[in-house]
Design a protein around this ligand. Sequence first.
Ligand code: FAD
Length: 324
Amino acid sequence: MLSNCAYVRPRSLEEAFKQLSSEGSKVHAGGTDLLGCLRDHVFEASKVVSLSSIKSLCGIKTSGHGGVRIGALTTLRDVAGDSEIKKHYTALAQAASEVASPQLRNQGTLGGNLCQKPRCWYYRGDFHCLRKGGEECFAVAGENAFHCIFGGESCYIVHPSDTAPALGALGAQVHIRGPKGRRSVALENFHVPPSEDYTKETCLQPGEIVTEIELPPPVEGLRSSYRKVRARQSWDFALAGVALALVFKGDQVQKARVFLSGVAPVPWRSKEVEEVLTGKRLDGATVRKAGQAAVQKAKPLEQNAYKIPLLRGVIEEQILAIVR
Ligand SMILES: Cc1cc2nc3c(=O)[nH]c(=O)nc-3n(C[C@H](O)[C@H](O)[C@H](O)COP(=O)(O)OP(=O)(O)OC[C@H]3O[C@@H](n4cnc5c(N)ncnc54)[C@H](O)[C@@H]3O)c2cc1C
């Protein structure tokens, strides 16, 4: 059951910042993740600040530079269905359409998707784990089949977002506003790895709100895609997945950005795969090398070594699919 808390619906960002300045306030976008966390007492809120009446946070528009700006409150359904995003930023449209179920995509927002909390069952359950201020990560010696194989230092969550790896591959910027003003960070610097701070998921400071996500102008020759593998056909989080953004000149890859999902505590950039692909024709030998390079530095826990061949397979399949 939800604990008692106030609910407010400011009409402007300025009003939202005022509301968020009191201790224990939480941002509410679509609520698909937040309300579950509050109901399960993963954390508490004394006040829930809904952004739903702030119209400036909704919608998809062209940016001055020829790219696209997506309001943080834009639903995943709208992102997945937008014709420009489908055409020029295919990986993002595919990732948004892979999130959860149609009902959750109607309600869930892009900003909420980037800021959602981890799905680790110890974190979500009655365990006072490291991320909640406790002494240990229970996944290390516990049930760790769904935990990370990269970047797990002290805490072994996987980042749950499907859109974040796609946005990382496409070189997105996250625009943030707060009581102290505006700032922007590259998507790849937005999430905080456990090696930096295992109690935080994002670089947001208290009272800050993600306002927009900006994609750079589409480059000639860009092909992008996102695919995740999940345990079942209905809604589920990624066991392993890959977002590719490859710029081709003829049949050669000029530039590659590759981000992995379901395998690390943050959207995981695979510079190893990028290096293998850059400057190459994507023949069988290169594709195999890319798969090998992707998993070279993996450090599985006791129950999740299956993610290594799974990740390798999905990467090889997706590279071959993007060539066709
Ligand atoms: C059954 C189920 C299945 C799911 N499956 C998937 C899946 O397959 N893939 C996936 O990626 N996700 C999945 N999700 C997770 C998530 O609910 C959605 O991804 C959704 O996009 C979250 O958006 P929201 O607007 O509902 O966020 P909310 O629940 O409103 O917020 C989530 C968090 O982000 C913060 N927040 C929200 N917006 C902002 C903002 N603009 N600025 C600052 N902080 C903000 C909130 O304070 C909260 O902590 C699933 C959730 C459920 C319940």
